[in-house]
Design a protein around this ligand. Structure first.
Ligand SMILES: [Zn+2]
Length: 301
């Protein structure tokens, strides 16, 4: 039995993933990290994961000894199975895989969440039929995964494919990484949502569902059109850079972007047709596995 763990910036998902990449059962829990220091946050996350693993096992009536391996999809960078720099959770370094390995006595691997989601799309989803592909996860930030000849590109020193930190504006928005003008400060879903929320003075805690409806209701509004056009222009700029360097057959957009596809995807396709490339224009597809991609990909390979 394989357990996939999806550690997000504000929640944890735990699921049993079958050998053919299907989620048999999953549980999710929000993380409340307010007023906790780094050590307390890490302990709390481990407790939440262990509790939810017990919960999914109880649901299917399986004992713990049937667990064969655990995979963790995590934000931040992962090096030597140690997670580094999860900005949203105020964690600098987290040996979560090692701690769970000691607890369960089975192999536990951690990998960056965008890489996991990309691997899942490559193996079971939208990228299944392509060998040279780029996966872009547009969520709180922008993560990426690159595939050449069907294999994930994995540099020796780190995980690579940090498309979110490609600079598209020399003196642009300040990024969490310390640089200015990074792609993700313009084109993450968080950046898009923040533009809408701030321009229309909406409640900053508005749910995605309500926000999508608000955007749909205001598609004729000039200010809304400007926000969408700016977002798409920057997205096309970033995608053009990626195409010129990688020249993939296909780029798959995943993460929260898929949820907002009604207002963003067709505009993107129209704009990309007008863009000038040195190389062939790739196909642009949407992720098929949605929020489950990270959990599924965490146990692949
Ligand atoms: Zn950056």
């Amino acid at each position: 039995m394989q357990i996939g763990v999806d550690l997000g910036g504000s929640h944890v998902g735990v699921g049993i993933v079958s050998e053919n990449g299907k989620i048999v059962v999953k549980k999710e829990q929000d993380l409340i990290i307010k007023d906790k220091n780094e050590q307390e946050i890490k302990q709390y996350i481990e407790d939440v994961i262990i509790y939810n693993i017990s919960d999914v096992l109880r649901t299917v009536g399986s004992p713990m000894c049937l667990i064969e391996k655990i995979g963790i999809a995590s934000p931040g960078k992962v090096r030597d199975n140690v997670i580094k720099e999860i900005f949203n959770l105020n964690i600098k370094e987290f040996a979560l895989a090692k701690d769970l390995e000691e607890h369960y006595g089975v192999p536990v691997t951690a990998r960056n969440d965008a890489k996991c989601a990309g691997i899942a799309e490559k193996q079971y989803g939208a990228l299944k039929d392509y060998s040279d592909a780029v996966f872009l996860c547009l969520g709180t930030g922008i993560g990426g995964a690159t595939f050449y000849n069907g294999n994930l590109v994995e540099p020796k020193r780190s995980e690579g494919s940090e498309y979110g930190h490609m600079i598209i504006n020399k003196n642009g928005n300040l990024c969490k990484c310390g640089n200015k003008g990074c792609f993700e400060t313009y084109c993450s879903m968080k950046a898009f949502k923040t533009s809408v929320i701030e321009s229309f003075n909406l409640n900053e805690n508005v749910e995605s569902k309500e926000l999508l409806q608000f955007v749909l209701d205001n598609l004729e509004n000039e200010k809304m059109n400007e926000i969408i056009d700016n977002y798409i222009d920057n997205l096309v700029l970033g995608i053009s850079n990626i195409v010129n360097i990688i020249e993939p057959e296909v780029i798959c957009l995943g993460g929260g972007f898929v949820y907002f596809k009604e207002v963003l995807y067709s505009k993107l396709l129209n704009k990309i047709d007008e863009a000038q490339y040195t190389f062939n224009v790739p196909k642009l597809v949407l992720g098929k596995l949605n929020n489950d991609a990270g959990m599924i990909g965490a146990v692949c390979l």
